[in-house]
Design a protein around this ligand. Structure first.
Ligand code: CIR
Length: 262
């Protein structure tokens, strides 16, 4: 059973953190509708969608990805780089504790889940405006006992590592593949991966979510989607334009937890 943890779009979303974008009005009703379509896509991909309790006073609380990183045998509770987001982790601690032993990133470490790309055996961590080297170092200590090597990766020009690179679904017997925007991360750091580049006219298109063999992606980036489909990937496009104004993409709005006991 694959559980997808999500959280409602709060009415305060128009006070979200912004780093690379100017503030543009967010149509709240439309954002809620698009988020519901995203949750429906997760269900179509086989997930049991469970919402964390609403957090109306945490403007970025819909972006649950940043609060935790879940592995098969452990989950690491993040310490978001933006002070305004630190209290978001409490609900994630509650939600994950029945499923995994928990480890924590402590001060002075900071780590946003959006900076953590988990691949078989290797975890790439973006050193960004949100995640520092100490956060990456603590993560490495937490996951080393489970056989993961942590590789810090500089990111530039975007918010998180996963704004720049996503893992694509595994295809039997083939080299693992990633989708990359080479302007934001050095693609040569990902040795051993087959690289598909985004369409250069769609810089934010590298953020896609692999679920149960298909790729949830933002419908606003059709050229990159065509590249994925030409490479044999099944895509599930969802409308994501409103939350993109808050610098959120499709990975940001869920935390996936595999649980064989459910
Ligand atoms: C922030 O700046 O923290 C939010 N406005 C956007 C977070 C997006 N999260 C993600 O990419 N994982």
């Amino acid at each position: 059973m694959l559980v997808a943890l999500t959280r409602a779009v709060p009415p305060s979303i128009d006070r979200c953190e912004l780093t690379h974008l100017d503030r543009a009005p967010i149509d709240y009703a439309r954002a809620v509708e698009q988020h519901a379509a995203y949750e429906e896509a997760l269900r179509r991909a086989g997930c049991d969608v469970r919402r964390l309790p609403e957090a109306p006073d945490s403007p970025d609380s819909v972006f649950v990805e940043d609060t935790a990183v879940v592995f098969d045998r452990v989950a690491v509770i993040a310490r978001p780089g933006a002070e305004s987001r630190r209290r978001e982790v409490e609900a994630m601690v509650e939600a994950l504790s029945p499923h995994r032993p928990l480890r924590f990133i402590d001060a002075p470490g900071t780590l946003d889940g959006g900076d953590v790309l988990v691949t078989p055996g290797r975890v790439f961590v973006g050193i960004s405006g949100r995640t520092n080297s100490e956060g990456a170092r603590q993560l490495a200590g937490h996951v080393a006992p489970f056989g993961f090597e942590v590789i810090p990766v500089p990111v530039h020009g975007c918010l998180h590592l996963k704004s720049a690179v996503s893992l694509l679904p595994a295809t039997a017997g083939n080299t693992p593949e990633i989708l990359v925007n080479p302007a934001w991360v050095d693609r040569t750091l990902f040795d051993g991966f087959e690289v598909i580049e985004i369409d250069p006219d769609e810089p934010a298109a590298a953020n896609v979510l692999p679920v149960s063999g298909c790729v949830i992606c933002a419908e606003e980036y059709p050229r990159t989607r065509a590249r994925l489909e030409a490479s044999g990937f099944a895509t599930l496009p969802v409308p994501a334009g409103e939350l993109a104004k808050a610098e959120g993409g499709v990975t940001c709005c869920s935390v996936l937890v595999r649980d064989s006991s459910l």
